[in-house]
Design a protein around this ligand. Structure first.
Ligand SMILES: [Zn+2]
Length: 233
């Protein structure tokens, strides 16, 4: 349900939970989660109480997202992989549309001429998805025993404004854009999702679980909050 308090438009999601919380989604949407029984006026009060924080967070979100634009596909342009930027080099003859070789992205000139720029960007996405599948499968296998869970299938795909999600049967999905983040941040994303197999919410119990496996998770979480918007092509 859409509601508004103190100039803050938000979506209210009621569920079987004990406390209310407010989050700014990566899309910039304000989401309020509240217990089923709580009256609308109480929800509005709770939002009004935190209005200052919400306005500040939204302003910060604007800042972090305003610099977002597509990187032009030109020679020398940097594209990030696992936290490092590599420059783009157009190559005349190539068997694959795109590869990372000798510290350079090699993009086939013929491929771009033939298929166009959207296809070239898709080649980047395909690269991240293919590499990401190997990396995430390995990290999930390594980290799952530390969390004490048995996850299902791992996939890497487009997840819109979510870095990761978990489905029925413990299936774990990761956004291909996370492959631009450093390894340490990827591990945080994996542990976060694995801990959701124990706790579906972001309760204290959930964060305690994350903390047990990654005691320094806060700085990685913060890195993602600040740099998340820049993880794009
Ligand atoms: Zn989560």
């Amino acid at each position: 349900m859409k509601m508004c308090a103190q100039d803050i438009e938000f979506t209210l999601i009621r569920s079987d939970r004990k406390t209310a919380d407010i989050v700014i989604e990566r899309s910039g949407d304000v989401i309020v989660r509240a217990p089923t029984g709580i009256a609308d006026e109480r929800v509005l009060e709770a939002v009004a109480d935190r209005a200052l924080w919400v306005h500040r967070s939204l302003a910060e979100w604007e800042d972090l997202n305003s610099s977002r634009k597509l990187r032009p596909l030109v020679q020398g342009q940097g594209f990030v992989y696992l936290g490092r930027s590599y420059r783009l080099k157009f190559v005349a003859d190539a068997h694959v549309p795109l590869r990372l070789k000798n510290g350079r992205w090699e993009l086939s000139e013929a491929f771009v001429a033939r298929e166009g720029e959207p296809a070239a960007r898709k080649a980047f996405r395909d690269f991240y998805i293919a590499k990401g599948l190997e990396i995430f499968k390995e990290r999930v296998q390594r980290l799952a025993p530390l969390v004490g869970v048995v996850p299902g299938d791992v996939s890497v795909k487009e997840l819109g404004y979510h870095w990761a999600s978990c489905g029925a049967g413990g299936a774990l999905n990761f956004h291909w854009k996370t492959l631009m983040a450093p390894h340490t941040v990827i591990d945080y994303i994996v542990v976060h999702e694995l801990c959701h197999l124990r706790h579906r919410d972001h309760s204290d119990a959930f964060w305690n679980e994350v903390d047990k496996v990654l005691p320094r998770y806060r700085e990685r979480k913060e890195w993602l909050r600040v740099n998340g918007a820049s993880l794009d092509l």
